[in-house]
Design a binder for this molecule. Structure first.
Ligand SMILES: CC(=O)SCCNC(=O)CCNC(=O)[C@H](O)C(C)(C)COP(=O)(O)OP(=O)(O)OC[C@H]1O[C@@H](n2cnc3c(N)ncnc32)[C@H](O)[C@@H]1OP(=O)(O)O
Ligand SMILES: CC(=O)C(=O)O
Ligand SMILES: [Mg+2]
Length: 355
């Protein structure tokens, strides 16, 4: 076991010093594209300014016979001088047990590592996977002369990964966050849904029978099969100073259910979600930005509470030291997002400095 003192020492001579804190940057939407798909790549100049994170996907969703073209496509995009502004640039590599995972890293870190903010690693099972990539990245960073460590984001998509979620979050100072991988996770757990995220009409609770009228219709209420996993992820991430994300919503046409799933994740503490299709970008941005009415309420509570201690009534509700902290969460996020988004800033109308 590494001592705590060693944790922030580079894992290879010449590698950049590990990050001591994960920088907070807006990441309401991680937009996926296939770099081997020329039509998608052609859309990047208009997509990049709209998304918080642009992610070049090399793993599932990219045909096996396009894996090399996808890798080359990423290099072409960077060599072509793609401008990211303050949008983050991530890639999802193939899993480290696949035929492509190692070469993804060996090729792309030297070629485009200086532009990369985060590498998303799929099918992470435990701390051992993070330790492997941690050392390998340090070696590659040293060879490439990179001055900034590349961060790592793990997808939680196996039962073993979920069981080991805390050790995964704690495995390296590179750990930036976790995403839920509902498709692979469903398969690995032998769940009986064939959907990519979202609910299922069979996963429900039913209202009790009416005692005097046994034939009366009994309402049913669909439940969220991802609640447990997401809640676990949020706790593990917050405990380790990293960020939780909902993953993909595969029913592209059902924008309403997508919005609902994303909002559940937002309310539980997630900072963002994936978009698989351009139609999902604005949904994620809307959902993961606090609503102006909630920002106005939070401002009012904080203002009414003065130094933030004691208890008062606001519109018939008790507010105290703890509810002020809840309101500060909303205000802090609103300020950070407003600093990047002028339209949001105007809708929030927040006084004071941005965080
Ligand atoms: C479980 C997981 O691992 S999820 C992550 C892996 N999966 C993915 O990343 C999937 C990414 N998305 C996609 O491949 C596609 O969006 C699909 C296959 C779902 C749908 O694609 P299409 O059938 O082409 O959708 P549609 O016809 O509505 O596309 C409209 C336009 O948007 C483009 N487009 C679609 N998705 C994207 C995208 N993610 N990024 C950029 N452009 C896109 C299409 O190329 C098309 O362009 P055109 O108007 O120039 O022809
Ligand atoms: C997100 C992902 O990779 C999955 O759902 O399997
Ligand atoms: Mg997956």
């Amino acid at each position: 076991m590494r001592s705590a003192k060693d944790f922030f020492a580079p894992l290879a001579v010449g590698a950049p010093a590990p990050a001591r804190e994960i920088p907070w940057r807006p990441s309401r939407v991680i937009h996926f594209f296939d770099p081997s798909n020329a039509k998608m790549a052609a859309k990047l100049p208009t997509l990049i300014p709209k998304v918080d994170v642009l992610l070049g996907n090399l793993e599932d969703g990219v045909r096996a016979d396009n894996k090399l073209a996808a890798r080359e496509g990423l290099i072409k995009i960077i060599d072509g001088g793609a401008e990211f502004g303050d949008t983050q640039f991530w890639i999802r590599v193939n899993s480290i047990d696949s035929p492509w995972g190692l070469d993804d890293l060996l090729t792309l870190v030297p070629a485009i590592g200086a532009k990369l903010d985060v590498i998303m690693l799929p099918k992470v099972q435990g701390a051992e996977d993070i330790h492997y990539i941690d050392r390998l990245l340090a070696q590659l960073e040293a060879q490439a002369g990179l001055t900034r460590p590349i961060l790592v984001h793990a997808i939680l998509e196996t039962a073993r990964g979920v069981s080991n979620v805390e050790e995964i979050c704690a495995a390296s100072p590179r750990m930036q966050g976790l995403s839920l991988g509902p498709a692979d996770l469903a398969a690995d757990r032998r769940m009986k849904t064939t959907r990519v995220g979202g609910g299922h009409p069979g996963y429900l609770v039913r209202q009790d029978p009416t005692p005097d009228d046994p034939s009366a219709v009994r309402a049913t209420f669909q439940q969220d099969p991802w609640h447990y996993t997401l809640a676990r992820m949020v706790d593990a991430c917050v405990a380790h100073g990293i960020m939780p994300y909902y993953g993909p919503f595969g029913d592209i046409a059902d924008t309403l259910a997508c919005e609902d799933q994303f909002r559940n994740a937002f309310l539980l503490g997630a900072v963002g979600a994936w978009s698989l299709h351009p139609v999902q970008i604005d949904i994620a941005k809307k959902v993961f930005s606090p609503e102006p009415k909630d920002v106005a309420w939070a401002s009012r509570v904080v203002e009414t509470m003065g130094d933030g201690t004691g208890a008062v009534m606001v519109d018939g509700t008790m507010q105290d030291d703890a509810s002020v902290k809840q309101c500060q969460v909303i205000l802090d996020l609103a300020r950070r997002l407003a600093a990047r988004d002028a339209t949001l800033a105007a809708s929030y109308n927040l006084p004071g400095p941005t965080a």
